[in-house]
Write a protein that binds this ligand. Sequence first.
Ligand code: DLL
Length: 441
Amino acid sequence: MILHEIETASREEIEQIQTERLIETVERAYRNVPFYEMRFHENGITPADIKSIGDITKLPFMRKQDLRDHYPFGLFAVGLDKLVRIHGSSGTSGKPTVVGYTRNDIKNWSEIVARAIYLGGGRPGQVLHNAYGYGLFTGGLGLHFGAELLGMVTVPVSGGNTERQITMIEDFKPTVICGTPSYVLTIAELMEEMGKNPRETSLKYGIFGAEPWSEEMRNTLEEKIGIKACDIYGLSEVMGPGVAMECSEAQDGLHVAEDHFIIEVIDPETLEPVPEGQAGELVFTSLTKEAFPVIRYRTGDIASVTKERCSCGRTTARMSRVKGRIDDMIIIRGVNVFPSEIEHYLLQVKELAPHYQVHLLKKGYLDVAELNVEVTEGFYQGIGNDMNHEKIGLLKKYLVTMMKNKCLVSMEVKIHPPKTIQRSQGKAIRIVDKRSAAIKI
Ligand code: DLL
């Protein structure tokens, strides 16, 4: 096993590096980005107030809205002549949020991703099938540059054209597959439909992320494809994929690249830090980024962090799986639930395929959540393809009760025949908000 020195450093060593880099980052941001200068003044601080990472809590937070307010290049700390790349995320409405990278940023990011792929089981000389979308989205190019740096034979397939993906898997014999868990599941299911066994490919490792997924989804993917599946996390505002990555040895939390990022967890209401191990909103500060430094960026993602040494031997802080984004939390009559919690229970029901969508509807003045699920092909055939069969009624009752008892939410349940719920080619759409389209009475 080859480890980067940060991965086994002591907490004191990690904090020493973080302190030095934080001081530099704060100074650079203050000097070069009017937004930071203004925010610091508003909060009555100057870079001189930041002497160690313990002082980080003195710094103001930053949010996605700040990126929108300074669209497109207003938060960059260097001129366009120093940039070599732009990325962004499409968001739900209007213009994308834009981030930039200098040559040095790309070098650092590639190293971070190379380390992440190694953590997930990838090794030089192997073939890596990259099914993340190439484009403004950081998934495709982010994984691509990391895989090349690691010395892997990188296949830039991107998302979509699923039949062609299968041909390439059969012909190029990759060891590693990268993509969103929902899309890789789509690939595996199409293989089955074509009469092929996804367990019989050359694949051994999966590097899956960019959307929330559950432990049950991991089991489904590992079982169906015969691989070890690990979770990769990141966001374009902070860098892209690789900010944190699970190790294939322990599969027990995602190791944060702490030489490049400081992770904090806060209570999204009080904005105070939460104790280690407790879930809250993740906040990141970049430590090496030149073009687009971020200071205390509130991600909206909910997870917890531990600084306990991992059984793989690495000492870097580990975050738990992301439960979901605060914006994706479904609030039904005062009860909060994340789609990943629903997924956790749904995937344990053997009559159901691992596809679901929650539709938010307005009925009169009431918000109603409708859970849309799909039965497996085997179950469907067993009931003679009859969606009015009494077993469908029983399954529906069971699911309504399960949601009520386990997730504490009252949901209406709609059961569909196999392969009728929308499949993804990138990030899965788990929530469809149809409330604004409703006719108000
Ligand atoms: O999704 C970067 C990425 C690409 C990560 C490929 C992993 C693999 P954005 O498009 O900016 O960047 O979206 C970032 O996606 O704030 C989370 O809400 C969500 N997300 C990313 N990774 C995970 C994960 C990329 N492993 C947003 N688990 C983040 C849960 C994730 N959610």
